[in-house]
Design a protein around this ligand. Sequence first.
Ligand SMILES: C[S@@+](CC[C@H](N)C(=O)[O-])C[C@H]1O[C@@H](n2cnc3c(N)ncnc32)[C@H](O)[C@@H]1O
Length: 225
Amino acid sequence: MLARVGTLSWRESDATLSASAVPWVRLSHVVDGSGVPRNASHHVRKDLAGRPMSAAPMWVRTKSELRGHRRQRAHSCWDHLLIAPLWPKYGVNLGTLLRTCDAVGACLAVPHCPWVRDALDRGNTLRRPSCVHWANKPLTWLAAQRRAGSDIVGVELTDEAIRLADLPPARRRTVVVLGHESDGIPTEATVLLDRAVEIPMLGTGHSLNVAVAGSLVAYKLAGLV
Ligand SMILES: C[S@@+](CC[C@H](N)C(=O)[O-])C[C@H]1O[C@@H](n2cnc3c(N)ncnc32)[C@H](O)[C@@H]1O
C-alpha cells in the first residue's frame, strides 16, 4: 500500500525504503483520526545499518495535547528563582530567557531601560505575560537582594566556580546573575556573589551564549534536570 506524507511516499511493505524515509517524518503528521499511526506496521523495520528500529513508533505530542498538559494561566510571581541578566547587550537573549523562566517557574530580573522593555515585548513568544522584576540600578539592586537574605549565584567562568553538575536545586530564594555578552559579570558585582557556577566546555569556544548558560543553570536550580 502506498502511503504519502508531505512530499515523502513509500511502500509500507518495503522495510528498507520505509526505514530510510521514516526517521525524518514527524509521526504526528501520519496519524489518522483514530490516533493510530498509519505507519504502524507488523514488519520489523530496519535502519540503514540493518539494525531493527524500535517496534512501536513514538508518539510526538500534538500542539493541543501539549496545551492540555500545561497550566492555562501564567504562573504569578513565585519569587523563588530570579534569572538576572543585569548587563544585557542583545535583546534576543532576553526573549529566550523569558521563555525559560516561564518553563521553570522563575522570574526575570532586568535593568529598567526602554530598549530592554522593547526587547522583551518583541522577544516574548508566550501567549501569557511573564513575571519581570525591574532593577533600576543593577549593583544597588543586587546588594539589596543579598541584604534581604537571597542566595546570589553568579553564572560565570571564574577560578572559584563550582561545576554545574555539583549545583543542588535552590532551597531558598535565589538570584542567578548572568554577565554581559562581551565582558562577563563586572568585577564590582563579583564581590556580591555567594558563589559561582561554571558550565564545563570541551570545545574551542571560550564561552556559551548567555541565554543557553542561564537556561541550563535555571533548570538545575529548579530541580527539573
Ligand atoms: C559570552 S559570555 C562572556 C564570557 C567571558 N567572561 C568574557 O568576558 O568573554 C556571557 C555570559 O554568559 C555566561 N556564560 C557563558 N558561558 C558560560 C559557562 N561555560 N559557564 C558559566 N557561565 C557562562 C556568563 O554569565 C557570562 O558572563
